[in-house]
Design a binder for this molecule. Structure first.
Ligand code: 5GP
Ligand code: ZN
Length: 114
């Protein structure tokens, strides 16, 4: 999609610290890290949010999780643990309308439910 920040990051048009990329998925460092390790896992295909996910995207979303597992291992947080977050829509503060999974780790976090 022409005017999407994360599409431009996936295509390389906007520079970022990409830590993994294949034909379906890109992983890059969050520009404003909220934890010692903060990565974003995105499908290369433009899907604005989970609400636009379709039956044909099921395998792609499986890939997002498998890639998260692999880059967590690569980043050295597989054993210490990490949190996967997908903010969806305004109430959840989804700021970029290209679906993305946050990987947060590298230090103990508070429980998100308090
Ligand atoms: P959201 O609130 O939509 O779930 O998360 C968007 C994330 O994208 C934020 O954590 C923000 O720091 C990150 N972000 C926004 N713009 C850029 C950018 O240009 N480059 C990178 N690497 N991350 C970005
Ligand atoms: Zn996009």
């Amino acid at each position: 999609m022409a005017d999407c920040l994360f599409c431009k990051i996936a295509s390389g048009e906007i520079p970022s610290e990409i830590v993994f990329q294949d034909d379906q998925v890109t992983v890059f460092k969050d520009i404003n890290p909220a934890a010692p390790v903060h990565l974003l896992v995105i499908p290369n295909k433009h899907i604005p949010s989970i609400q636009e996910m379709e039956e044909g995207d099921v395998e792609l979303f499986g890939r997002l999780f498998l890639t998260a597992k692999q880059v967590a291992q690569q980043a050295g947080i597989a054993d210490s643990g990490y949190r996967l977050i997908v903010n969806n829509g305004p109430d959840a503060h989804q700021e970029v309308l290209h679906v993305h999974m946050h990987i947060l780790g590298g230090g103990a976090m508070k429980h998100p439910m308090g």
